[in-house]
Write a protein that binds this ligand. Structure first.
Ligand code: Q46
Ligand code: ZN
Ligand code: ZN
Length: 307
């Protein structure tokens, strides 16, 4: 197959766009698509200060590379979750993220959760779940809280995450199968800043995972290949498998599924959820001052204070 633009050997066939691109034109196309998504949803500007959540994986490092090439000012933050027993997962991910930043002269903050709060994510999970279940709900809570805190404390205009189309389609599938109206009202690529919460944006939300993987490969980006060991057998991975089958049978399925939802969301099909500014003005955490939905400590402070 030949590149649609230059007739050289194609590196990737993007069937849903009816496009084949070579190893020069595919990375260019990725930069253009990312810029288009940033503009389409008015995510952020070049004169703004951005904070990117960096995991050391292909998506976050590819996004950081593209933002850097496009002239956006994004610092990185790596949260060391302490998931290392038997796997060195966090250790390796952190090394990849630091090597990437050093090669390009980019700023990366490393936040070691065990050093700062006395326990790793698996230790928090074992304490709260009596050691029998995965620590993913604690992990999600800690990541959301600390990214938001880092953005607010550092005076950043927005937090960026590198969720891709496969991630978003799998979240959407889960939210729809459970009719989680609270999440269905908020799964937009851009969440504006609100009381105590920084703006959040997902510039890769319309790009397939195979595209972000190909970008990392063609740009010689060294990233951590392995998934977090707790991801094995997760609902998110199962949903991705189901959606891959649908995509195999119907090219562009995930794109249609997610963009169709976005059109419905923008047309007001799903209510905004309960975390409105009015609700969040009511209570502040008595420890950290973060807006919370009830009196007393916020969920993060309750978790790390070991109650
Ligand atoms: S939530 Fe669970 Fe992930 Fe945290 S513990 Fe690993 S699999 S990293 S996205
Ligand atoms: Zn070409
Ligand atoms: Zn708190």
């Amino acid at each position: 197959m030949k590149c649609t633009i230059c007739n050289q050997k194609a590196a990737l066939h993007l069937e849903h766009h009816n496009l084949a691109l070579c190893s020069d034109h595919f990375p260019e196309w990725m930069c253009k698509q990312t810029e288009r998504t940033i503009q389409k949803y008015s995510m952020f500007r070049r004169d703004e200060k951005l904070l990117l959540a960096v995991s050391g994986g292909k998506d976050s490092l590819s996004l950081w590379d593209i933002l850097w090439k496009l002239g956006y000012h994004a610092d990185g933050i790596y949260l060391d979750l302490g998931i290392d027993q038997g796997t060195r997962y966090s250790c390796t991910s952190g090394e990849m993220a630091q090597a990437f930043a050093a090669q390009r002269g980019l700023n990366l903050t490393v936040l070691d959760i065990r050093a700062k709060y006395g326990e790793s994510i698996p230790e928090m999970g074992a304490r709260t779940k009596r050691g029998h279940q995965k620590p993913c709900s604690q992990c999600g809570l800690v990541k959301r809280y600390l990214l938001n805190k880092a953005a607010l404390d550092g005076g950043y205009d927005a937090i960026l995450t590198a969720h891709n189309l496969d991630d978003e389609a799998a979240f959407l599938f889960s939210n729809l199968t459970h009719w989680s109206m609270q999440y269905l009202g908020r799964q937009h690529p851009l969440l504006p800043a609100t009381t105590g919460f920084a703006r959040k944006a997902k510039p890769f939300c319309l790009l397939y995972e195979r595209e972000t993987t190909a970008y990392a490969y063609l740009n010689n980006i060294a990233y951590v290949y392995s998934e977090c060991p707790y991801a094995t057998g997760s609902k998110q991975l199962r949903n991705k498998t189901y959606l891959n089958r649908l995509e195999d049978e119907q090219i562009g399925f995930k794109y249609q599924f997610y963009t169709g939802y976005l059109r419905a969301l923008e047309a007001g099909a799903f209510p905004a959820g309960q975390e409105t500014p009015e609700v969040l003005e009511q209570y502040r955490c008595t420890n950290c001052g973060q807006p919370t939905l009830s009196d007393g400590l916020c969920t993060f402070c309750r978790l790390v204070k070991k109650n």
